[in-house]
Design a protein around this ligand. Sequence first.
Ligand code: PLP
Length: 384
Amino acid sequence: MKPIPYGRQNITDKDIQAVIETLQSDFLTQGPKIEEFEKAFARYIGCKYAVAISNGTAALHLCAMALNVDANTNVITTPITFAASANCVRYCGGNVYFADINPDTFTLDLAKVESLINSKAKGFFKGIIPVDFAGYAVNLEELKKLAIKYDLWIIEDACHAPGGFFLDSKGNKQLCGNSNFADMAIFSFHPVKHIACGEGGMITTNNEELYKKLLLFRTHGITKNPDLLVENHGGWYYEMQELGYNYRLTDFQAALGITQLEKADEGLTRRREIAKKYYEAFKNEKAILRQSGIVEGHAYHLYIIEIEKRKELYDYLRTKNIFCQVHYIPVHTMPYYKKLGNKQGDFPISEDYYSKCLSLPMYPTLTQEEQNYVIDNIINFINK
Ligand SMILES: *Cc1c(COP(=O)(O)O)cnc(C)c1O
C-alpha cells in the first residue's frame, strides 16, 4: 500500500488548466480572478462580502486589526486549535485567555467561557474567537447571545468548515462563515484544508465598514479610490492612510480557488461518506473512547478518534504506511504561551483530549480500498 496521509489536496486537470490560463493572462496579481473568487466564495458561504487574503493566519491578523485589538484587548479562544487562532491577538499586542472544551464536541464549552468572563471585571473581555474544530459547526446563535450579554465581538475561525452548518432555533441552516452571528469569519486554503490554493485565505463578513477596512489593510493601508483620498495630485496619486500589510492573494491562486470551490460540495459529500464508514466500523469498539461521529452539518476536515494507547497506535499505523496526525497540542501548553503565564493542568479536558486523540486519513480522494486498509489496521491493533 502506498503511503496514506491524514489529508491531501485534490488537483484535477481543470484546476491545472485554470492556473495555466491565468499565468498566460495580463494579471498574475491584483487582477480580475481575485474578485471572481471573492464573489463565488461569498455566494457559496451566503455572506455579503469576501476578501481574499494570502493565507488564513494573515486573515486572522487583519480581522484583529479591523476590530482595533491592542495591548488593552483581552480575547478568549480554545486551546484545541492551530496556534494562529490565538496568535492573531498577540500580533496586535492583545492578551489571549483560554477556556476549556466540551469533551463531546471538542469545541469551546460555553459554560466555561461564561465563568471565565465572570471571573474578571465587567468589560474585561472584548472578543472571542470560536473555532469550528475538525469541521464541527459551533452554534453561533448560542454564542451570540453570550456575546450580546457581555458586549464581545466574534471572529469565527472556520478554517476547518467550509460548507459546514448548524441548525438555528428556527431550524434554518446556518453555514459556517456566513457571518450572520459573527462579525467576521476566516478560512484557509492550505492544501490540507477543503479548498487548496497552495497558500491562501478568505475573510467573510456582512459588515460594510469592516469590509472597507479589510480591503485597505490587505494592501499596505493604501488607497487610490478618489472618494477616499484626502488630496489628489493626479492619475498616479495614492495615499497610505493606515499601517497595512501586503497580504494579497495572487490571481493564479485565486484561479485555482475558483475551480476548487466548484467541487467543494462533491468533496464534502465524500468526506461525510468516509466519516460514516469510520463511525460504523468503530461504534462497537470499546477501545475507541470517542469519535467525531455522525453530526448533521459537520464538514469533516478531520475525523478524530480517542484511544488510550494513542502513541502506540500512531506508531503502529506508521509501520503500515498510514500517516495519521494529532490535532492539536493544546496551545496553552506551547512554550511561548507558557511564558505568558499559562501552565500544564490549566485546561484538563483539553489536555486529556490531547493525550488520546488521533486524526485518521480524511480527504475526498481516499479510496474505499485505502479506507478499508486503515480500518482493518486499527482493528488489528486493538485486538493485538
Ligand atoms: C490552517 C489553520 C489556520 C491558519 O491558516 P494558514 O492558511 O495555514 O495560515 C488557522 N486556524 C485553523 C483552525 C487552521 O486549521
